[in-house]
Design a protein around this ligand. Structure first.
Ligand SMILES: CC(C)(COP(=O)(O)OP(=O)(O)OC[C@H]1O[C@@H](n2cnc3c(N)ncnc32)[C@H](O)[C@@H]1OP(=O)(O)O)[C@@H](O)C(=O)NCCC(=O)NCCS
Length: 170
């Protein structure tokens, strides 16, 4: 049976989680680990996103319902793609908690939250073409594969990604 999770808005106390998520094996498809300074900037961005009420996006820690333990991160934010503003999502689960369906469960929760914003029709994800688990998460969550695209992540680092899209049901 798949473990249950809940998503909780990113808060000041989540810097430790962000540091754990910076492990080399988790950052393999994301440009490699960040420096402590970059993590501090990212952390403040996440706190700010979660404090916002504009609907422009939120970051969350992923918590297992059974234990209350933080096991990963997920969020949605706005991006302009081919002249259209869309939501994008991205996620990660700590290595020791992978393979239990937690990313898929967290993504379901994010899709519900993003739909409640009633702001954009589509949510996309752009996993690297070589990121097997992340592409599997998209497929299982009912996303459609639009095709491959060139992407920069982090800014300045080109990567080849799949463009997955799901329609948010209002
Ligand atoms: C992507 C990630 C979040 C998945 O977390 P997870 O909790 O293990 O994901 P789930 O258990 O919900 O689903 C993973 C699926 O990928 C499948 N999978 C695992 N390895 C795979 C591989 N090499 N190729 C294809 N599919 C694979 C699993 O079998 C599972 O599908 P199943 O439930 O049908 O068996 C995790 O691997 C991670 O944190 N990676 C590093 C961060 C990252 O790359 N994030 C993506 C940013 S878009």
């Amino acid at each position: 049976m798949r473990d249950e999770v809940r998503i909780e808005p990113w808060s000041e106390g989540d810097l430790t989680l962000l540091r754990l998520m910076n492990a080399p094996e988790l950052m393999d498809h994301l440009g490699g680990p960040e420096t402590e300074d970059q993590l501090l900037v990212r952390h403040e961005q996440y706190v700010g996103m979660s404090a916002g009420t504009s609907g422009a996006g939120t970051m969350f820690r992923v918590v297992t319902t059974a234990t209350g333990q933080a096991v990963g991160t997920i969020g949605y934010w706005e991006r302009t793609r081919q002249g259209e503003v869309i939501y994008e999502s991205g996620w990660g689960v700590l290595t020791e908690h992978q393979g239990r369906g937690l990313a898929g469960a967290a993504l379901e929760a994010v899709l519900e939250r993003a739909a409640l914003e009633r702001r954009h029709r589509f949510l996309h994800a752009f996993p690297s073409v070589g990121n097997g688990p992340s592409n599997a998460v998209c497929r299982k969550a009912g996303f459609s594969l639009l095709g491959e695209c060139d992407f920069e992540y982090p800014p300045g680092r080109p990567m080849r990604c799949n463009d997955w899209r799901v329609e948010l049901t209002f």
